[in-house]
Design a protein around this ligand. Structure first.
Ligand code: GRF
Length: 197
């Protein structure tokens, strides 16, 4: 049974999609640990409810001690390694992981991003897509799952899906549609990676 480490920073609705898929037998894996850099991340509650080990690992102590991000990432990698993951899934992890972490899990880190390849890298991607649509610059947006590499939201794409935008959409409408697409795409991407397809 493949072991997953899932890294989150917030609500954890994508984590919940993985939890539900595993419970329903739709994903041949077990979640070995859920890691959050934020104590108040609701995703930690979701993990605890599912009986999954959790690790709260904040950056603040490193920042307060004047220690660099690389030190945090190296220690994070060490802690995550302790759970022997076959695959590390970034499901809303809001830190940029330095090469130190990625080198530890070479070629085994998947990242979910709420935009199409090459579009709106970084944060607030859905809002930026919504605004671009309002300016008539794009007709639709999308979601992708890709292998994490040091360059932000780059890396070979494992799966992607387009998400339509409609004229009467509010930003909330689009966010809901994007997240719904993410929940499906992320599970499908993990499944295809675990099957080696
Ligand atoms: C998702 O849109 C993910 O793509 C982005 O942050 C959001 C996390 O949502 N990086 P959740 O915490 O999984 O609900």
């Amino acid at each position: 049974m493949s072991r997953l480490a899932v890294l989150i920073s917030g609500n954890g609705s994508n984590l919940q999609a993985i939890i539900d898929a595993v419970a329903a037998g739709r994903l041949p894996a077990q979640i070995a640990v859920v890691v959050s850099n934020r104590r108040e991340a609701f995703g930690l509650v979701r993990a605890e409810r599912a009986g999954i080990p959790t690790l709260y690992f904040p950056f603040k102590p490193y920042r307060d001690a004047g220690r660099p991000r690389e030190a945090y990432d190296a220690d994070l990698a060490e802690r995550v390694s302790g759970y022997a993951p076959d695959l590390v899934v970034l499901a809303g992890w809001m830190h940029i992981l330095s090469p130190v972490f990625l080198a530890r899990f070479r070629g085994r880190v998947l990242n979910l991003h709420p935009a199409l390849p090459g579009q709106f890298p970084g944060i607030h991607s859905i809002r930026r897509a919504y605004e671009a649509y309002q300016r008539g610059e794009i007709a639709q947006t999308g979601v992708m799952v890709h292998w994490a590499v040091p360059e932000v939201d780059a890396g070979a794409v494992v799966a992607q899906a387009e998400v339509p935008i409609f004229p009467d959409d509010t930003l909330a409408d689009l966010e809901a549609r994007v997240h719904q697409t993410e929940h499906r795409l992320l599970v499908d991407a993990i499944r295809s990676v675990l099957r080696g397809t």
